[in-house]
Design a protein around this ligand. Structure first.
Ligand SMILES: [Zn+2]
Ligand SMILES: [Zn+2]
Length: 118
């Protein structure tokens, strides 16, 4: 008998392989089925391992805005340089905070997010 592959999970409804994804709202790892709506939260022990793999920049998660580079309605600029990868195209958007309006840039290449005060 070979050892069962660690981490592989299957949907109890449709028997398909479950895929890991990060639930950004709940800030946890979960597994979902691509063929039905089944979702299963990862066990606490697994969370650190997989979240580290999925998200190298967990510290950037303070702003709750997702997938901004995939949003075609947001403006883009080539006037900035990403402080992380030196790429020169970023999506930008503003959000109000306690300090007033804050301008955020989100690198198109590495997804790094940084901000400027307006
Ligand atoms: Zn399923
Ligand atoms: Zn970058």
């Amino acid at each position: 008998m070979s050892k069962p592959s660690r981490g592989l999970k299957f949907c109890p409804v449709s028997n398909d392989l479950l895929y890991p994804r990060e639930n950004k709202e709940l800030r946890r790892l979960e597994y979902y089925c691509k063929n039905c709506d089944y979702v299963q939260a990862a066990e606490p022990g697994e969370t650190c391992v997989h979240v580290t793999e999925l998200k190298h920049d967990a510290k950037e998660q303070t702003v709750v805005l997702q997938d901004v580079t995939a949003d075609p309605t947001l403006p883009r600029t080539q006037e900035v340089t990403c402080p992380q990868c030196q790429h020169n195209e970023a999506v930008f958007f503003s959000a109000s905070s306690e300090q007033g309006m804050t301008l955020y840039f989100n690198c198109m290449l590495c997804q790094h997010r940084w901000r400027d005060y307006v």
